[in-house]
Write a protein that binds this ligand. Structure first.
Ligand code: FE2
Length: 222
């Protein structure tokens, strides 16, 4: 038996999170104050953070994201990339921050114009505190990913023979300093969140190009 068409998801932790996250939270709050006329329970910045934020702490985070994404892309494409040395160019197709509280959520979506996407948790209540919310419980502030079978399940046949298809979503529990990388086509949702601290994340979309040209069909399946 072969398990074909996997969905690669990677979770990493940023060693410098304790020093970097509070600096980023303050910088993002300053950007938010400049842009928001009235305080709401959800805020998303423009997707140009790479040009907008010049702090060395932000550069450290970006370096960590780039290194993690390069490693994951290499692993995921081990069979698909040609043998030998490749000159790859990783580009951000957008990087922004989002702030949630007051049970705000970000509904199911995918990201276009990119191959990998990710979320980095800058600030969120500790797990015990977060999951003790009387209404939201353990889903408070989680990130839900929907597996590729999800669109096929409306009215679909179900028995013990295809029970493995029924695990069609996963809820990743956020922690400060955690990075989650996933394929951009994968539908996901930021569940409702309410806490003492705002839930602050950095989101981003990535493209990875070969400097010699993306001759994908020349070696796909090779
Ligand atoms: Fe997203």
């Amino acid at each position: 038996m072969q398990l074909l068409w996997p969905t690669p998801i990677d979770v990493q932790r940023f060693d410098d999170a304790a020093a970097v996250n509070p600096v980023l939270a303050r910088a993002f709050e300053a950007i938010r104050l400049m842009m928001e006329d009235e305080r709401r329970s959800f805020f998303a910045s423009p997707d140009d953070l790479l040009e907008r934020v010049e702090l060395p702490e932000f550069r450290q985070l970006v370096q960590f994201i780039v290194g993690s994404a390069q490693q994951l892309a290499r692993q995921a494409n081990a069979q698909a990339w040609p043998a030998g040395r490749l000159s790859l160019d990783l580009r951000f197709a957008g990087c922004w921050f989002q702030v949630q509280n007051g049970q705000a959520f970000h509904d199911v979506h995918t990201h276009g114009n990119c191959s990998w996407s990710g979320v980095y948790y800058v600030q969120v209540d500790d797990t015990d505190k977060r999951q003790s919310h009387p209404a939201l419980g353990r889903l408070n502030g989680a990130t839900r990913f929907y597996g590729p079978y999800s669109p096929l399940q409306g009215g679909a046949y179900m028995d013990m023979g295809n029970a493995y298809l029924q695990t069609n979503s996963i809820d990743i529990q956020p922690e400060e300093g955690m990075l989650v990388l996933f394929p951009s086509w994968l539908p996901h949702k930021a569940m409702a969140y309410e806490g003492d601290k705002d839930r602050i994340i950095v989101s981003f979309n990535l493209q990875i190009h070969s400097r010699e040209g993306n001759q994908i069909h020349a070696f796909a399946g090779a």
